[in-house]
Design a binder for this molecule. Structure first.
Ligand SMILES: NC(=O)c1ccc[n+]([C@@H]2O[C@H](COP(=O)([O-])OP(=O)(O)OC[C@H]3O[C@@H](n4cnc5c(N)ncnc54)[C@H](OP(=O)(O)O)[C@@H]3O)[C@@H](O)[C@H]2O)c1
Length: 339
C-alpha cells in the first residue's frame, strides 16, 4: 500500500483565502489498475489561476469541489507502471494536484523534457507559464523591432519570459514589479530596458518617463492600478494580450472601481486590440515548438529564470496565499520530495 498526503479544499474563500479554506488528509492509495501509474510527486506548481478554482463562480474551468484535492500541475517520479509508455524511475509531468503520491491514468502524463535544466523548470520557464508568455506574445502581442513592450508581475514566470522574448524580438521591454529587490532582478538579471515599482506613488509619471514613445504592446497580467497607469500611454493600434488580472482575484476591495468607460473609450479612439486568451487554446498545436525554441536558450543561460522553492506540501496553502499579494519572488513551486 502507498500512503499519500493530500491537500483538499475545505471551504470556499470570501475575499483573500486563508488557512481554514484548506485541509490536509492522509489516505491509502489503491493498487494501480491496467493503464494506471503510481507516482511520487517531486514538485508542485502553485499558480494564480488556482484562486479561480477555489470559487464556484462561472469560469472557463470547473471549480474544485468542496473536499476535492486542490488542482495543480506537478513533476513526479514513476514508482510503478501498468501503462506501456512509462517505467519506474521515469520523470513525468501531469495535473496530479496538491498531493505527495497518486495513482493516475498514464494517458494524463507526459515525460519531462527540460534540455538539461532542473526538472522543476517543467513547471515554470519550460512549462505552462513560459508557454503562456510565448504564445500570448507570438499570436497576440506580435512585438516588432523598436517597439515598447510593457509587462507587470515582471519577475514572475510569465512576466520574466515576456520581457526576455520581447528583447529577443528586438523590442524594448519595460517591466513593472513590486519592490526594489524584484525591480533590480528584472533590470540587472533579466535585462529589461527599464523597470518601475508599482508600489511607488509616482508610478504613472515614472512609466511616462520610461516609455517616451508610448507603449505598443501591454501584456496584461494584473489589472488594477497598473492598468490605470498603462492605459493613457498605449499607442494607436497597440495590442493588449489579456493574460491575467491577479490584482482582482481576491474579489471586491480597493482598486475595483469601474474602469469600463475609460477603457472602452481608449480602445475606440486608439484602435487598440485587446484580446484575452487561455494558454490551452494554443498548447496542443504549439507547445512542442515552444520547447524546441526556448529550451536550448534556457539551457545556454540566454533566457534566465528564478524559482521560489518552498519545502514540504504542508506549506503549500501559506505559500499560495502569499503569492496572491506578491510574497513570492520567481516561479513558486513546492518541493514535495527529493529526486
Ligand atoms: N491566460 C493564461 O492561460 C494564463 C496562464 C498562466 C498565468 N496566467 C496569469 O498570468 C499572470 C502572472 O502569472 P505568474 O504565474 O507569472 O504569477 P507570479 O508573477 O508568479 O505571481 C503573481 C504576481 O502578481 C503580482 N501582483 C499581485 N497582486 C498585484 C497587484 N495588486 N498589483 C500588481 N501586481 C500584483 C505579484 O508580483 P509583484 O510583487 O511584482 O507585484 C505576484 O508575485 C497571472 O495573472 C496569472 O493568472 C494566465
Amino acid at each position: 500500500m502507498t500512503e499519500a498526503t493530500r491537500i483538499v479544499l475545505a471551504s470556499r474563500p470570501s475575499g483573500a483565502p486563508n488557512a481554514e479554506n484548506f485541509r490536509t488528509q492522509r489516505v491509502e492509495l489503491p493498487d494501480a489498475a491496467e493503464g494506471d501509474v503510481t507516482v511520487r510527486v517531486l514538485y508542485l506548481s502553485l499558480d494564480p489561476y488556482m484562486r479561480g478554482r477555489m470559487s464556484d463562480a462561472k469560469s472557463y474551468a470547473e471549480p474544485v469541489p468542496i473536499g476535492g484535492v486542490m488542482e495543480g500541475e506537478t513533476v513526479a517520479e514513476v514508482l510503478k507502471s501498468r501503462h506501456s509508455d512509462f517505467a519506474p524511475g521515469d520523470i513525468v509531468r501531469g495535473r496530479i494536484g496538491w498531493c505527495s503520491h497518486a495513482v493516475i491514468g498514464g494517458d494524463k502524463l507526459r515525460l519531462v523534457e527540460t534540455h538539461g535544466a532542473p526538472v522543476s523548470a517543467a513547471l515554470g520557464v519550460l512549462g505552462m507559464p513560459g508557454f503562456t508568455a510565448w504564445s500570448g506574445l507570438k499570436f497576440i502581442g506580435k512585438p516588432q523591432p523598436g517597439e515598447t513592450v510593457a509587462v507587470a508581475a515582471a519577475s514572475g514566470p510569465v512576466g520574466s519570459m515576456v520581457g526576455q522574448l520581447a528583447k529577443l524580438a528586438g523590442a524594448r521591454p519595460v517591466g513593472i514589479a513590486g519592490g526594489p529587490e524584484k525591480c533590480a532582478f528584472v533590470k540587472d538579471e533579466l535585462g529589461f530596458d527599464a523597470v518601475l515599482d508599482h508600489r511607488s506613488p509616482s508610478l504613472s509619471s515614472d512609466l511616462q518617463t520610461a516609455c517616451p514613445k508610448g507603449i505598443d504592446v501591454y501584456f496584461e497580467n494584473v489589472g488594477g492600478h497598473v492598468w490605470d497607469a498603462i492605459l493613457p500611454l498605449l499607442n494607436p493600434y497597440g495590442r493588449v494580450p489579456v493574460c491575467g488580472l491577479v490584482a482582482h482575484y481576491n474579489g471586491a476591495g480597493a482598486g475595483n472601481e469601474d474602469r469600463l468607460p475609460t477603457t472602452m473609450g481608449a480602445i475606440l479612439r486608439r484602435s487598440l486590440t485587446v484580446r484575452g486568451f487561455i494558454q490551452t487554446e494554443f498548447a496542443a498545436e504549439h507547445f512542442a515548438t515552444f520547447l524546441a525554441e526556448v529550451g536550448p536558450r534556457v539551457a545556454s543561460g540566454e533566457v534566465r529564470y528564478r524559482e521560489d522553492i518552498v519545502e514540504g506540501i504542508e506549506n503549500a496553502p501559506e505559500a499560495f496565499i502569499g503569492m496572491l499579494t506578491g510574497k513570492n519572488f520567481g516561479k513558486l513551486v513546492v518541493k514535495v520530495s527529493d529526486l
